[in-house]
Design a protein around this ligand. Structure first.
Ligand SMILES: Cc1cc2nc3c(=O)[nH]c(=O)nc-3n(C[C@H](O)[C@H](O)[C@H](O)COP(=O)(O)OP(=O)(O)OC[C@H]3O[C@@H](n4cnc5c(N)ncnc54)[C@H](O)[C@@H]3O)c2cc1C
Length: 410
C-alpha cells in the first residue's frame, strides 16, 4: 500500500516543528528555501556574538536525521486542485496532505529607497551583513577624528520600535560603545530608533515597556516616536516628525518596520482575511480544502490571544496541534482545536541584560538575561540539539564578540 504523501512548505517555527511531530512513521517531505532553521528570537544574540550560528541555526539534516525527506528549494506556486507544488529548478511535488508554513517577508511599506538601501534582519546572513557594515564604518574612522565627525560617520538608524527594534538597537549601541573604547575613538556613536507610533514595544504591557525604556536610555539609543520614515538613499534617511522633515547622514539603516504576506500565499486563490492572511478552521484546515493546513505568520487563527499573531510562540504551539491533526485526518480520527495563550515575553536588551515577563510579573537585568537563555534552551528544536547547545552555553559562556577591525573579525 502506498503511504499518503505529506508535504510541508517552510522550515520555520510552524513547518519544522510540524515535521518533527510527524517524523518517523509517515511519508513526510519538508520543502524549504534554506538548509538551516533560524531560531529568530536569538538572532540578536548571534549578531552580538553571544551565541554561535550552529546554536540558533542548526542544519535541517541534523535535526531531522532520516525521518523526513528534505528538499532545499524555494516553492514557487501551489495548485490546490491538482495537489501539486512547483519548485525552483526541481521536479514538481505531488501531495495528499499539504501544510503551509512559509511565514512572512519584510514589509517595506512602499517607502522609496527602503528595499534597495536598508538592511533586513530576519536571517543569519542579515546579521552577518549588519556586523560587517558596522565594522567597515568603524574601520573608516582615523583615530584623531573630531567627535562631531565621528558621530556623523557612525550614525545608524533602525526603523520600527517593536521588540525587534529595541533588542537590536540596544545591542548595536552596546557593541559600538565597546568598539569606541577599544579603538580610542573620540565622542560617541549615534543609534537612532525611528517609530511611527507613540511608544516603543506597542504590543507589550506597561511594566515590561518600562524596563525596555530604561535599557534604551542606558544604552543611549535615541528614540524618536511619532516619526515617519519618508525615504532612504545609500547613505541617508529622511523622516518626518510633527510636519517637519529632516535628512540625516547614516552609515546604515536597518528595516524592522513589519511583515507582509509571503508572495506564495498572495498568489493562492483561497479564502483570506482583509490583511491577506489565510483563513483557517479551528482545526487549521483551509475552509474549502480539508487536506491543506496552514499555520504561523500566514494564517489567521481566531482562537488565540490577539498579541500572539505573528509570533514564534504561536507558530510553535500550533505545530503540535497541526501535527496531531494531519495524523488524525489520515487515520480517520477526530481533529482537535485549541485556544492559545501567551507563554510570556523575553526581550534581550543590550549585551548585558534582558527583560522577562512571566506569570504576570516583569523583571529585568542580568538575571533576566540568564533566565532568557535558560528559557530558550528549552524551546530549541530536538532534545539532542538542546543538550548540545545548553552544554556549550554552560561551559563555553555567552560573552559578546567585540567589533574588531575587519581582518580580525571571524
Ligand atoms: C529577528 C526576529 C526576531 C523575532 N523574535 C521573536 C521573539 O522573540 N518571539 C516571538 O514569539 N517571535 C519572534 N519573531 C517572530 C517569529 O520569528 C515568527 O512569528 C515565526 O518565525 C513565524 O513562524 P512561521 O513558521 O510562520 O514562519 P517562519 O519561521 O518565518 O518560517 C518560514 C520558513 O519558510 C521558508 N520559506 C519562505 N518562503 C518559502 C518558499 N517560497 N519556499 C520554501 N520555503 C520558504 C523561510 O525561509 C522560513 O524557513 C521574530 C522574528 C524575527 C525576524
Amino acid at each position: 500500500m502506498t503511504k499518503n504523501r505529506i508535504v510541508i512548505l517552510g522550515g520555520g517555527f510552524g513547518g519544522l516543528f510540524t515535521a518533527l511531530e510527524l517524523a518517523g512513521s509517515l511519508d513526510v517531505t519538508l520543502v524549504t528555501d534554506s538548509d538551516h532553521f533560524v531560531f529568530t528570537p536569538m538572532l540578536y544574540e548571534y549578531f552580538s556574538g553571544e551565541v554561535e550560528a550552529w546554536h540558533i541555526g542548526p542544519r535541517y539534516d541534523e535535526l531531522l536525521e532520516n525521518n523526513v525527506k528534505l528538499v532545499v528549494a524555494p516553492a514557487i506556486s501551489v495548485d490546490v486542485d491538482s495537489r501539486t507544488v512547483t519548485l525552483e529548478n526541481r521536479e514538481p511535488l505531488n501531495y495528499d496532505v499539504l501544510v503551509l508554513a512559509v511565514g512572512g517577508v519584510t514589509n517595506y511599506a512602499g517607502v522609496p529607497g527602503a528595499q534597495e538601501f536598508s538592511l533586513p534582519f530576519r536571517k543569519i546572513e542579515h546579521a552577518d551583513t549588519l556586523r560587517h557594515v558596522m565594522v567597515a564604518a568603524l574601520d573608516r574612522i582615523p583615530p584623531e577624528t573630531p567627535p562631531q565627525d565621528v558621530r556623523r560617520e557612525l550614525t545608524f538608524a533602525l526603523v520600527g520600535a517593536g521588540a525587534s527594534g529595541c533588542e537590536l538597537s540596544t545591542k548595536m549601541a552596546d557593541l559600538l560603545v565597546d568598539a569606541f573604547k577599544r579603538r580610542a575613538l573620540h565622542g560617541e556613536p549615534r543609534v537612532m530608533l525611528l517609530e511611527m507610533g507613540d511608544k516603543v514595544v506597542p504590543g507589550m504591557g506597561d511594566e515590561i515597556r518600562g524596563l525596555v525604556e530604561e535599557a534604551l536610555l542606558e544604552s543611549r539609543v535615541e528614540v524618536h516616536t511619532l516619526t515617519r520614515v519618508v525615504s532612504l538613499t545609500r547613505d541617508s534617511v529622511t523622516f518626518e516628525h510633527a510636519g517637519q522633515q529632516e535628512q540625516i547622514h547614516t552609515a546604515g539603516v536597518v528595516w524592522l518596520g513589519g511583515v507582509r504576506m509571503n508572495p506564495l500565499v498572495e498568489h493562492l486563490d483561497v479564502e483570506k482575511n482583509r490583511r491577506g492572511l489565510l483563513v483557517v478552521k479551528p482545526t487549521f484546515q483551509l475552509s474549502q480544502h480539508d487536506n491543506v493546513f496552514a499555520l504561523g505568520d500566514i494564517a489567521f487563527y481566531p482562537d488565540a490571544a490577539p498579541t500572539l499573531q505573528g509570533t514564534a510562540q504561536l507558530a510553535y504551539q500550533q505545530a503540535g496541534v497541526v501535527g496531531h491533526n494531519v495524523k488524525a485526518l489520515l487515520e480517520g480520527k477526530e481533529l482537535r482545536s485549541r485556544h492559545f495563550e501567551e507563554l510570556g515575553e523575553a526581550i534581550s536588551l543590550g549585551t548585558e541584560r534582558a527583560a522577562v515577563l512571566t506569570g504576570g510579573k516583569a523583571f529585568g537585568g542580568a538575571l533576566a538575561r540568564q533566565a532568557r537563555f535558560a528559557l530558550y534552551t528549552g524551546r530549541l528544536p530536538t532534545w539532542h540539539h538542546r543538550l548540545r547547545v545548553g552544554a556549550s552555553w554552560f561551559f563555553g559562556g555567552t560573552q559578546p564578540r567585540p567589533l574588531l577591525p575587519l581582518g580580525f573579525e571571524r
